[in-house]
Design a protein around this ligand. Structure first.
Ligand SMILES: *Cc1c(COP(=O)(O)O)cnc(C)c1O
Length: 461
């Protein structure tokens, strides 16, 4: 029976401006539209199971084999095994190191991809799946507004993908020099636009373009972070790590530094697919809405969100919280209003969450370096501190993996300040500062942007 995708908002009543979407769509439709018509998030109506035996057989095998097993479980009805094999082999051509830091406690480095952040894992697979889903003979045009990291991960992921062009908009004065280099030097089918304005201006330009009938012929699509096509690839590395490290049937603990909860959601699905999980630890930075909710059962988003050094996690109302609520029987909407509560006891049984301050984050970076000679950056340090908090609160021991979600070389100033060393650039970023960029300048005026799109985008292959 094939898996279909429904909206987390399907039962919402009495909300002005939203007409609940009661239908279901295929994975391909969910992938190309990103969001349900009622602004809800797409959810699979059943979760495929993997046998423990299938998982254990992945031990010692290359990463793409785990990717293929998970992809087949979800997508076998809509893609051939040949296509999926090609997608995962092409997407995952870099290492996924598992470093033992102290006894039976590991760091999984998800920072070896082309833009040195874990977002590469999702963006690369999604890009390749989209290439196979586009309407016959037509091009897709991806528009992305970015304040930094997502834009380069998405842009790089689509580089040279057949039939798809990408336009990235970023605010000229709000990205770091190194981020600007990353965005401007992708080249080929990826064009960056340096917008004189704020991140919000970039988002507004993109939104207006999506709803402009005069641009419909360009097949404009977003590579939105709530797309289920970005969640699916994030299930894979949990199962991979489990297969490499666990003894037969042993339970594992994962600690996932969390912002919009897409990464942690991958772990939640991995458990529901059959991976033996002792606990999903979800540390946040000072944006503590979720740890507070688990503690006292009433949800209050943090608004405006707090600016912490782990800046990719500065989220006051995580977009994927709606999916967690749904999986545990509750409903929360985009504004952060809880319509029905999930089973809180069941949630606490599987999930532990804690807020880590910037001060603790910095202390952790120093401590992990002094004790173990391991360099973590600020996001990975939140993960590690969360794991330690869990060990302390529960007096548990056992096999545990903490995720490092970005490469320390992306944050040279912070690391230099704390450890007195300059992290070496990963191969993907070598020479970045000297590369020549090809950004075009753009005003924040929609008419200018529309003219640009009409003159530059292509329609057919
Ligand atoms: C996006 C990001 C996160 C947070 O991931 P979510 O899926 O939003 O919870 C953590 N670390 C880094 C480096 C990121 O870029």
């Amino acid at each position: 029976m094939s898996i279909r995708y429904y909206s987390t908002n399907r039962d919402l009543k009495n909300i002005t401006g939203i007409k609940p979407f009661a239908g279901k769509v295929s994975f391909k439709e969910a992938l190309l539209t990103g969001q349900a018509p009622d602004e809800g998030l797409f959810m699979p109506d059943s979760i495929p199971r993997l046998s423990l035996n299938d998982i254990q057989e992945l031990k010692g095998k290359p990463y793409w084999e785990t990717a293929l097993l998970v992809a087949m479980a979800f997508l076998a009805d809509e893609f051939s095994v040949e296509v999926l094999t090609h997608v995962v082999q092409d997407a995952y051509n870099y290492p996924v190191p598992l470093e033992e830091v102290s006894r039976r406690t590991f760091v999984m480095r998800l920072d070896q991809g082309p833009t040195a952040s874990f977002k590469d894992f999702a963006a690369r697979m999604m890009a390749r799946l989209m290439s196979y889903c586009r309407p016959q003979g037509e091009r897709l045009n991806i528009l992305v507004a970015t304040s930094g990291d997502t834009g380069s991960a998405v842009g790089k992921a689509f580089k040279d993908v057949i039939g798809i062009d990408v336009t990235i908009l970023y605010p000229t004065d709000e990205v770091s020099l190194r981020q600007k280099k990353q965005l401007d030097t992708i080249g080929g089918n990826v064009q960056s636009l340096s917008v004189s304005g704020k991140f919000d201006d970039c988002q507004n330009l993109v939104k207006q373009a999506f709803s402009d009938p005069a641009l419909a012929r360009f097949n404009l699509t977003s590579a939105n972070s709530i797309n289920f096509g970005r969640i699916l690839p994030q299930i894979i590395y949990y199962i991979y790590a489990y297969a490499q490290l666990a003894a037969a049937g042993e339970e594992i603990i994962f600690s996932v530094p969390s912002g919009n909860f897409g990464d942690a959601l991958g772990c939640e699905y991995a458990r529901r697919m059959g991976m033996p999980l002792a606990k999903l630890v979800m540390p946040t930075n000072e944006n503590d809405e979720f740890p507070n909710y688990l503690k006292n059962g009433s949800y209050k988003k943090v608004s405006p969100s707090r600016a912490c050094i782990s800046n990719a996690m500065n989220v006051g109302h995580p977009s994927n919280l709606a999916r967690f609520f749904e999986l545990y029987g509750g409903t929360v909407d985009r504004a952060g209003v809880v319509h029905s509560n999930p089973d809180l006891e069941e949630m606490r049984q599987h999930i532990f969450s804690v807020s880590i301050s910037d001060e603790e984050t910095r202390k952790t970076i120093k401590k992990v370096y002094q004790l173990y000679n391991v360099v973590l950056e600020q996001h990975g340090a939140v993960g590690w501190a969360g794991l330690e908090a869990f060990f302390q609160a529960t007096k548990t021991k056992g096999l545990a993996v903490s995720l490092e979600t970005a490469h320390p070389a992306k944050f040279p100033e912070e690391i230099q300040k704390l450890l007195g060393l300059t992290p070496e650039l990963p191969a993907s970023m070598k020479g970045i500062d000297e590369r020549k960029g090809n950004a075009l300048s753009m005003t924040n005026n929609y008419v200018d942007f529309k003219n640009y799109l009409q003159n530059h985008l292509k329609v057919k292959e």
